[in-house]
Design a protein around this ligand. Sequence first.
Ligand SMILES: [Zn+2]
Length: 105
Amino acid sequence: MRKYSFLVLAVFLLSAPFLFAAEDDICRVHLCKMEVKQVRISYGLPSRAFFDYAEVRSESFPNCDDSVLGGCIVREITHAEKNVCEQCNTARDEWRKAENDNDKD
Ligand SMILES: [Zn+2]
């Protein structure tokens, strides 16, 4: 019995990285598979408006292809890899269009 427990534990430990890796490429909002893409890195202190937007993004389209924050110190590296969900991109574009339409009213 003890031999089998060790075997089960060994199989779990060996497969765990693959199980967790598989979850990382699934969008938690749209439950679809994402693709790794290159996105721009933004440097500097984000504005208050950015944080308001980031809150909406986090809930509704967390895996869109927006740039990622690189910190306050500007570095030579300009792009980073990120898991991107196409449905998040669509949701972001629709949200921006609705925001722009609201601004016109
Ligand atoms: Zn998504």
